[in-house]
Design a protein around this ligand. Structure first.
Ligand code: TTP
Ligand code: MG
Ligand code: MG
Length: 478
């Protein structure tokens, strides 16, 4: 698989999804193979290649009989590292007065917005990431609330990466605080991997002053599961698929990390509550969930052959999102509306990685497969409003023919040190105006399509939801 040159996100989610937008229909959150392939240039296809659809009743074959199978299972040794309460821990490291307190990073009470993360002390009150800030404040009125300092976290992330890179042949960064490391060559065997994990934990504490949780395993999924197993400051290993299966077999289906609330509810409704039940009813799971069902079933059997694909967001040249329509679109007012959603998704991804663009691009593929891109240099753009405004302006300049695909993005990425200041940096008024503009844009969409966009942003960021929502809008546009 070739990585899309410099593209952080290229998932166009293909044309497999139809019907209602997820927050109205039953299939709300994850279609695993699309979600997991957001970094692939060809949407879900690379994932399909990497997960050849296998017959699902492979338990006997998978268990194998002896060491031969077991040795084969350690063909790759993967470490997953994830920092503990990352944003909050950095703040507590830098300000001892915050330590031991329920600390909530995100919006402030009284603002619109959500919790980015919170300290483990705050989690005891039931506060968690992505929770509405009002709800967090209700649960934890005595908490300390702070805006995030993304630039600081991005700098820490760079330091972490240096440590990680010293022990791995490939580092795949998943977020500022998290990566998969392929340590197969460096570790040699499980004992070697243990040593590497221990060293990474020690160096992270000594040099950066933070704790992390580390998982060692034969696959990416198992490594991620392992790192979560003993959080915070944890270490856990899952050397073989058998270990993975025996760890999770009696747990709720949600232990499979791509199974979200709505997927779980579909499974529950068919009486499938545990991983064991998935293994016993693969046909039902696949009938209910299609390709996602196939992927979930494979995971329930411990099958995950994905490789660690080197990736560094800081090296990315651009961040973009695009959607392909089920039918060509001739209504350019509708395309302007779709750009709002694309801009929101680009903003979200940029902020997750602490990056800014210095230009905006618009991409169109016409009905005849002819593609065009238009771009404009705009310093320091990471806000959805700016991305929307500029991409919508670019849309006005193009030839108006039926459109099959539309994309928007930012390019010339930089972090804070390369960032030029904008008026919004100096004036609260300007920021407030931007927030007002965003609210107006979302209200406009809500009126035109009768969907509560503002209330479902987190879902919108997911490839399948975005695609479904856009299809819903297309069918309901006036
Ligand atoms: P996570 O690793 O998911 O969470 P965490 O590190 O805060 O806590 P844990 O100990 O459970 O790993 O995310 C890493 C950072 O990414 C987190 O500190 C804040 C940010 N983030 C958001 O901004 N929004 C989100 O919805 C999530 C989940 C994380
Ligand atoms: Mg974390
Ligand atoms: Mg993380």
């Amino acid at each position: 698989m070739r990585r899309a040159a410099g593209t952080v996100e290229g998932a166009s989610a293909g044309d497999v999804f139809a019907g209602q937008p997820c927050f109205f229909g039953p299939a709300r959150e994850t279609v695993a193979f699309v979600l997991l392939s957001v970094y692939n240039e060809d949407g879900g296809n690379a994932m399909k290649r990497r997960f050849p659809v296998r017959p699902v009743r492979q338990e006997a074959a998978l268990r194998g009989t002896g060491t031969e199978v077991k040795a084969k299972r350690m063909e790759q040794i993967i470490i997953h590292v994830d920092m503990d309460a990352f944003f909050a821990s950095v703040e507590m490291r830098d300000n001892p007065a915050l330590r031991g307190k329920p600390l909530i990073i995100g919006s402030l009470p009284g603002e619109r917005g959500v919790v980015a993360t919170c300290s483990y002390e705050a989690r005891r009150y039931g506060v968690h990431s992505a929770m509405n800030i009002k709800e967090a404040f209700r649960l934890c009125p005595n908490g300390i609330y702070m805006h995030p300092n993304i630039d600081k976290y991005r700098a820490v992330s760079g330091q972490l990466r240096e440590i990680w890179s010293a022990y791995a042949s490939a580092v795949e960064t998943i977020a500022l605080d998290e990566a998969y490391l392929d340590v197969t060559a460096q570790a040699g065997d499980l004992e070697g991997a243990r040593r590497i994990a221990r060293t990474i934990k020690q160096r992270t504490r000594a040099e950066i002053g933070l704790t992390c949780s580390v998982g060692v395993a034969y696959s990416k999924t198992a490594a991620k599961t392992a790192s979560e197993e003993k959080k915070p400051d944890g270490y856990f290993e899952i050397p073989t698929p058998e270990d993975f299966v025996s760890l999770i077999i009696d747990r709720d289906v949600r232990v499979i990390y791509t199974v979200g609330q709505m997927t779980a509810e579909k499974l529950y409704a068919s009486g499938i509550r545990t991983v064991r039940a998935i293994r016993e009813n693969p046909e039902t799971v696949i009938r209910l969930l299609g390709k996602q069902g196939q992927w979930i079933t494979n995971l329930a059997f411990g099958i995950d052959d994905r490789k660690v694909t080197p990736y560094c967001p800081q090296d990315a040249k651009s961040i973009s999102r695009e959607v392909t329509f089920q039918e060509d679109v001739t209504h350019y007012g509708f395309l302007r509306d779709v750009l709002v959603l694309l801009a929101l998704c680009v903003e979200h991804r940029a902020r997750r990685y602490g990056l800014y663009g210095n230009g905006v691009t618009l991409k169109l593929t016409y009905f005849n497969m002819k593609s065009i891109t238009r771009s404009r240099l705009i310093p320091a753009c990471d806000s959805a409003v700016m991305i929307w405004r500029e991409s919508a302006r670019l849309l006005e300049t193009v030839e108006k023919r039926p459109v099959r695909l539309i994309g928007a993005g930012i390019y010339n990425l930089s972090g804070e040190e390369g960032r030029q200041l904008t008026i919004e940096d100096f004036f609260d008024d300007a920021r407030a105006r931007r927030d007002r503009e965003l609210k107006e844009l979302l209200d406009g969409l809500q009126n035109r399509y009768r969907l509560d966009f503002a209330g479902h942003l987190e879902q919108l960021y997911q490839a399948d939801t975005l695609h479904r929502t856009v299809e819903y809008m297309r069918k309901h546009m006036k």
